[in-house]
Design a protein. Structure first.
Length: 464
């Protein structure tokens, strides 16, 4: 909305080369709004505007761009401006940018940093990919427990400008080991002569730098924190992680899982930025796998061709059998995958999950079976009133076959759909890989086998 309203005005300023007005305009906006406005401009105009921004604002705006846009801007900057922006960026956001660059580009960017910032950047990049160490920032305020509150407040005034957050102050010992985290309100409501040790309780929650970033999501959620400290194996305070970085991780993980549930590999880039070949490459593997799986359906039908020739009426219900089982399996798979991602279901809960899904499958299958049976019987009687005979004299047995098959297929679909994510997790494979299309294809094939076996048992001697 903002870009729509002000876009023409900004373009006019660029065309008139009125850089003073441009700078004044962007000074009035928060960094996130300025990023939205600049992001809507063509790449050449984006670079023009970015060059006239003050360094601090430019760094803040730069952090809101996607990695591809950041790289394009860096290429358009002079070495001096790129160095100024990179040195001004927060360490965690700078690490996210460097992760996206090829090795030679990373070396060039590191060379632009001051010795102190380069040391910080290299330390963060040395942590394993997807670890908390890559997300943390070393910009925090720490104090000692023998300080007075007055000394703490003086320290905050002197050094707080560069801190990522001032909501929490961290208490460390002489070796830098974390003792506690104390909310800033505690320092504000107690007398200034009070010692820090008298207001903290040594009860805190911390992350390890080597912890998986995904695991940190659960910790933030459980303890309802906006910031968590990060320590090494000896408890030394290394940095902090803020909730905005964790939300980015959560969004990326949710996007990846949703894409996998749709039967495609996860995209590295946003959809609109992804090349067509990447879209094809990420989707073709699953399509081929599912297509080959679908061929098994044709094989099953071929093997039961004799039954179909004797009772062509059986083919009428095949689409319903396939859809019922596939839909039930997809539902169960989606529910379990989401429950696992939220920590609600663990591998040790497999029997409880199976028991619930067996009961659910029986109930759901029973409901659909009743509908299916009534449909066959009701349609036969209604059509017979007009002289028709769609299912023949054994229509009750055909309806019973359909009902039993639906019950069995839905039961099998719910059990298979719920157990596949757990089995894949046990094998060390992402549970989202058991995507809805995969489960549906598996249940399609086995569902037809159940259907024809039910027909063989119930209809043999009648129409078979």
């Amino acid at each position: 909305m903002l870009a729509t309203l002000l876009g023409p005005e900004i373009k006019d300023m660029i065309a008139r080369r009125d850089f003073a007005a441009l700078r004044s305009t962007f000074d009035e906006f928060p960094a996130v709004d300025a990023a939205e406005l600049i992001g809507e401009l063509p790449e050449d105009e984006r670079a023009i505007v970015f060059r006239i921004l003050p360094t601090a604002l430019a760094a803040d705006v730069f952090e809101y761009f996607e990695p591809e846009a950041q790289q394009a801007l860096l290429r358009a900057m002079s070495s001096e401006q790129a160095a100024a922006v990179l040195n001004e960026m927060s360490p965690d956001d700078r690490t996210a940018l460097l992760e996206e660059l090829p090795g030679n580009a990373v070396a060039q960017m590191l060379a632009l940093l001051t010795p102190g910032e380069r040391k910080v950047a290299q330390q963060l990049l040395n942590y394993p990919e997807n670890s908390i160490g890559r997300l943390m920032t070393p910009d925090f305020i720490s104090v000692h427990d023998d300080w007075t509150i007055q000394r703490v407040l003086d320290h905050v005034r002197e050094n707080g400008r560069d801190s990522e957050t001032l909501n929490v102050i961290y208490v460390t010992d002489e070796r830098g080991r974390l003792i506690d985290d104390v909310r800033i309100r505690e320092f504000l409501i107690h007398p200034t002569g009070t010692l820090v040790r008298d207001i903290h309780d040594a009860s805190y929650v911390a992350l390890k730098a080597t912890d998986d970033a995904e695991a940190a999501i659960a910790r933030f959620k459980k303890y309802d924190r906006n910031t968590l400290p990060v320590t090494d194996s000896e408890g030394k305070l290394l940095g902090i992680v803020t909730v905005d970085d964790i939300l980015d991780v959560q969004e990326a993980e949710a996007t990846e899982d949703i894409q996998k549930l749709g039967g495609t590999e996860a995209l590295e880039d946003p959809y609109m930025d992804a090349p067509v070949w990447d879209l094809v490459r990420k989707r073709v593997v699953w399509l081929v796998v599912l297509f080959v799986g679908g061929m098994l359906t044709a094989t099953v039908i071929t093997n039961f061709q004799g039954s179909l020739e004797k009772a062509i009426v059986l083919s009428v219900f095949m689409p319903l059998i396939i859809s019922a089982g596939g839909n039930a399996g997809s539902q169960a798979s989606t529910l379990i995958i989401r429950a696992m991602s939220l920590g609600e279901v663990r591998l040790c809960d497999w029997w409880r999950v199976m028991r619930k899904e067996i009961l659910s499958g029986l109930a759901l299958g029973g409901i659909l079976a009743v509908f299916g049976f009534l449909r066959v019987v009701g349609w036969q009687n209604m059509d017979a009133a007009f002289g028709g005979d769609p299912y023949g004299q054994h229509y009750v047995w055909i309806g019973l076959t359909f009902a039993v098959a639906v019950l069995g297929v839905v039961l099998w679909g719910t059990v298979a759909g719920s157990m596949l994510p757990l089995i894949l997790k046990r094998l060390g494979i992402d549970p989202a890989t058991s995507s809805a299309p995969f489960v549906a294809t598996l249940v399609d094939v086995t569902g037809l086998i159940i259907y024809f076996c039910a027909a063989a048992v119930i209809l043999t001697g009648r129409i078979l």
